[in-house]
Design a protein around this ligand. Structure first.
Ligand code: PEP
Ligand code: MN
Length: 348
């Protein structure tokens, strides 16, 4: 990673470093930060001669060579000093809340509009709503592109930025064009490297957009999870949130195996903010508040919670696991208290 002396390199300087690294089979990927742009060397950056030549340039401050399978997402990377702000919240400075329906019902858009207002009133900063849905059963409702209009209309009505899951390149294009701020990669696609690359390429230098990357469904290692994020960051956009959401069930009763406890371990390895999804983790509305609070106790920066004004009228996961807005409001208030308590506590 090349750290320049100035906030960004001139076109001539960029051309010069690109030519140098090309001699060694590498490429340059600029990563635009809030204050300065850094230049990742993509490829095998171990060649001493290449490093010496780059270090010899008068506009280069230093070269960071982190030995890590995920050199951009690594805690020690220069990107660790960046701060991501979404829905008016700077991650790490205030508990960040994403809430909304699992699935938007295109036949009943009013439920979604009401949910959008209710979650905003409860304290959510970003509205979620599933437009396209990965479903285990191919004969169940798979989502509908028409719901994208409903999602954006709810965003206009409430002023909240929105999140939706994308499962293929066409969804990525449609969601970005429509104005979706946060693209979600779901647990089923968490290791779909061609989709991760396509998202990385599409968000590229669009630093007003971010990606919520869920942990894959199997008990994947932390390095595997963070490396999946590296696929996206490698195209220049470091606005990535890591989302533990439970892994394959090992407990009778919970939908998945709650994994909020990996939060401190992730934080030792990466600078990325951790936003835990308790809804898919436990899979039942009555267990969601406890799981959400546990996540905050473990140090989560945010929560992603399914909520619906009338869960029994919802579709997808909503009848089972969406919490009512009154529950969400109480839960957010408690989670904020715990977050503050944790910040002021001496340990952890
Ligand atoms: C969802 O967010 O509704 C969803 C399907 O998530 P996951 O990929 O975690 O199952
Ligand atoms: Mn869901």
């Amino acid at each position: 990673m090349i750290l320049p002396k100035t906030n960004r390199l001139t076109t001539e300087q960029l051309t010069e470093i690109t030519a140098i690294v090309a001699e060694f089979g590498c490429k340059i990927q600029p990563i635009v930060g809030a204050v300065r742009t850094i230049y990742a060397i993509v490829g095998d950056e171990r060649d001493e001669l290449m490093i010496n030549r780059l270090e010899g340039l008068e506009y280069v401050d230093r070269i960071d060579r982190i030995q890590s399978p995920f050199k951009l997402m690594d805690r020690r990377s220069d990107l660790a000093s960046g701060r991501l702000t979404l829905g008016g919240v700077t991650l790490g400075q205030e508990l960040f809340i994403i809430a909304g329906q699992c699935t938007i019902d295109p036949k009943n858009p009013n439920y979604f509009y009401e949910t959008a207002h209710a979650v905003k009133e409860a304290g959510a900063h970003l509205l979620r709503g599933g437009v396209w849905k990965p479903r285990t059963n191919p004969y169940t409702f798979q989502g509908d592109t028409k719901s994208l209009d409903i999602l954006l209309e709810a965003s206009r009505r409430t002023g909240l930025p929105v999140n939706t899951e994308v499962m293929e390149e066409e969804h990525v294009r449609l969601a970005l064009d429509a104005g979706v701020t946060l693209l979600q990669v779901g647990a089923r696609n968490a290791l779909n490297y061609s989709l991760l690359r396509a998202i990385g390429r599409a968000v590229g230098e669009r630093t007003d957009r971010a990606v919520l990357l869920k942990r894959s469904i199997h008990m994947g290692s932390l390095n595997e999870f963070i490396s999946a994020a590296e696929y996206i960051a490698a195209f220049g956009n470091p606005n990535i949130l890591l989302c533990p959401r439970g892994t394959s069930p090992t407990l009778d009763g919970y939908r998945n195996h709650p994994d909020e406890s990996i939060t401190p371990l992730l934080k030792e390895k990466t600078w990325a903010a951790v936003v835990v999804d308790p809804s898919h983790s436990v899979g039942k509305a009555s267990y969601v508040p406890a799981c959400a609070l546990a996540a905050v106790a473990y140090g989560a920066d945010g929560l992603c919670i399914e909520s619906h004004v009338s869960p029994s009228h919802g579709i997808g996961d909503d009848p089972k696991q969406a919490v009512a807005p009154e529950v969400l409001k109480e839960l957010i208030a408690q989670a904020k208290q715990l977050w503050t308590l944790r910040r002021t506590a001496k340990a952890g």
